[in-house]
Design a protein around this ligand. Structure first.
Ligand code: XMP
Length: 378
């Protein structure tokens, strides 16, 4: 986007130019070629073919299979961990579930800790426990919801909320595992590695509450952090999860932010507001699943608009909150478009929310692209 080839390196031949006449593909000698654009992005026509051809020429033949990559990852985990003890934070999301399954398959001595921060969706804590139980992985749940709600009481600034949630998460986590952590496993993916190398990107601030916390930095400096998924993209993590025996329900889950419902509840977080979001979200997601839309959507949720507007209840005026529904498609969460859901589906979700969720008299559908909007509300 900003790099350009203004002078050709000696001994090169131009293979292709863009519409402005700038070289975008060069050859030094047969078999030694280079391109100056992104074959991997979805907008590049035939980008996959370029990469496939490259692999065919370079690897001869390309034998990359996620199943054999799994063996490579297991070997790496075993050699990094040895006989040490590993702690792993699980959230029920795809990345940490695949990580826990990989550690389990590697047969390293692992403690899986699940912190219930009180900002989870309806029934989520129980679902996560059941999900791990069903594949024979033991997890320890710490119900810290009261502590989180207390820490968030009266706080309205979005970044301050994130900071508090992040700090408390680490505190609760290390209270549970004790000070002497042999090794910590994190579900960092390759895009996170790229993004933290690119200063100033939006994404690099998103995960601040995961990465920049002192204790974790200390462990990192001591070489006690392993990130076994750090060479994989999300779709590869999903494929790996399947070869590790995780169900489609787990590997196909929508992304869910670390600070949970807090980023879908602008202003002060209260149990009442969380209850509204949970109920509305369960109705919306349930309908998306029932009507076959869930897997066509990158991420969807119901959030709360903390403004009380007028409505009618019986013969009286009522002032209640609005709920916003958001469903987006995206490749990598950096850009997103809203999903053209059928009106009938939206109508049913809206009717059910208005009838079944107390404290709501308005349902809106968010038709904002990212940018300029973001996927979450905060
Ligand atoms: P935005 O709202 O920035 O979200 O368009 C992009 C993606 O990142 C997720 N997200 C977060 N994830 N901690 C996280 O772990 C956060 O603070 C956070 N904020 C947003 C969001 O759900 C979406 O998938």
């Amino acid at each position: 986007h900003s790099d350009t080839c203004s002078r050709l390196p000696e001994g090169t031949r131009v293979l292709a130019e863009n519409l402005d006449g700038i070289p975008v593909a060069l050859e030094w000698c047969p078999g030694f070629q280079g391109i100056q654009f992104h074959p991997e992005v979805s907008h590049t026509k035939e980008g996959k073919a370029i990469l496939a051809n490259f692999l065919r020429l370079a690897v001869n033949p390309a034998k990359f299979r996620i199943a054999s990559f799994k063996d490579h990852l297991i070997d790496r985990v075993r050699s990094q961990v040895g006989s040490r003890k590993v702690v792993c934070g699980v959230s029920g999301g795809v990345d940490s579930s695949v990580l826990a399954a990989l550690l389990h398959e590697s047969q390293v001595d692992t403690r899986n800790i699940f912190v219930d921060n009180g900002l989870l969706r309806k029934g989520e804590a129980r679902q996560v426990e059941a999900q791990f139980r069903s594949i024979g992985i033991k997890i320890e749940t710490i119900d810290a919801s009261a502590r989180f709600l207390e820490a968030l009481a009266g706080v309205t600034d979005p970044e301050e909320k994130r900071r508090r949630i992040g700090r408390l998460f680490v505190q609760v986590f290390f209270d549970a595992v004790g000070k002497d952590v042999d090794m910590l496993a994190q579900g960092t993916l390759y895009p996170d590695v790229i993004e933290s190398a690119t200063s100033g990107s939006i994404a690099s601030t998103i995960k601040t509450h995961h990465n920049r916390v002192d204790r974790i930095m200390e462990l990192k400096a001591e070489g006690r952090v392993i990130e076994p998924l750090d060479e994989l993209f999300k779709d590869e993590v999903r494929a790996l999860g399947r070869t590790l025996g995780l169900s489609d329900e787990v590997v196909g889950r929508h992304p869910f932010p670390g600070p949970g419902l807090a980023v879908r509840c602008p202003g002060e977080i209260t149990p009442d507001k969380l209850e509204i979001i949970r109920e509305a979200d369960a109705i919306f997601i349930g309908q998306l699943r029932e009507q076959g839309w869930y897997d066509h959507v990158w991420q969807a949720y119901a959030g709360l608009i903390p403004v009380k507007t007028v409505g009618v209840k019986g013969d009286e005026r009522s002032y209640e909150y609005a709920v916003t529904l958001r469903a987006v498609i995206s490749e990598d969460a950096m850009t997103a478009d809203w999903v053209r859901l059928p009106y009938d589906l939206l109508a049913e979700v809206s009717n059910r929310i208005l009838n079944e969720v107390r404290g709501v008299n308005r349902v809106l559908y968010d038709i904002s692209t990212k940018p300029p909007a973001s996927i979450e509300w905060e």
